[in-house]
Design a protein around this ligand. Structure first.
Ligand code: ATP
Ligand code: MG
Length: 185
């Protein structure tokens, strides 16, 4: 009987990753969004999301094995829905997951096309997609003590020319997100 070789360093940890497709703001935009969240939502209490964690989820994929990740990356490489610009112009709160967010009152058609194309790609890779309607948002504060009502905010323009596959990692100091790979639109 042949013994299996021991796993290489990192193999076990990399076998399943918690993944999602997202739009990732450039660092300067992450800092601006964080500052805006501080100015407009700090008074609500809760914990502001750190600048480097700020993102807009396109499709949540969940626990993903290596083969599925390869399939998702190939599918992402076939998506070309075109560049667009987002306007974040509203702030709101959802009791579940107990978070305050910035969102767009009028999501651009190309954003919805991108989401639909990635959902189709993910479905083709066997990902079990959630059925609730898509709501474009950037979570900016968690567990506010005084949840904010829906308010309009001074619009933040976000020119979008790439999307990413990102990983979510739970660590003792909280959740960390990291873009793994980007594709042009
Ligand atoms: P945690 O679950 O640890 O409280 P989180 O929800 O921010 O933190 P993940 O659950 O890993 O982290 O989610 C990664 C990203 O995907 C986040 O932007 C999250 O809002 C989004 N997301 C998670 N679950 C879903 C879902 N079922 N549908 C849509 N987006 C989701
Ligand atoms: Mg979650």
């Amino acid at each position: 009987m042949t013994a299996r070789p021991p796993p290489q360093d990192g193999d076990a940890a990399e076998a399943t990753q918690r993944l999602f497709f997202a739009l990732w703001p450039q660092p300067d935009l992450q800092r601006r969004l964080h500052a805006l969240a501080h100015a407009s939502l700090h008074g609500t209490g809760g914990r502001l999301v750190s600048p480097e964690n700020l993102h807009l989820t396109l499709v949540f994929l969940g626990g993903t094995g290596r083969d599925c990740r390869r399939c998702l990356e190939a599918a992402a490489g076939r998506v070309r829905t075109g560049r667009f610009s987002l306007q974040l112009d509203v702030a709101g709160y959802w009791p579940r997951p107990d978070a305050g967010w910035f969102g767009c009152s009028q999501p651009p058609g190309k954003l919805l096309d991108l989401v639909a194309a990635l959902q189709a790609g993910a479905g083709g890779c066997g990902v079990d997609l959630q059925t609730r309607p898509y709501a474009a948002h950037v979570t900016v504060v968690r567990r506010p003590v005084h949840p904010p009502g829906a308010v309009t905010i001074a619009p933040v323009e976000w020119p979008v020319d790439t999307f990413v596959l990102a990983e979510s990692q739970s660590r003792p100091d909280g959740v960390h997100y990291r873009p793994l790979r980007a594709w042009p639109l």
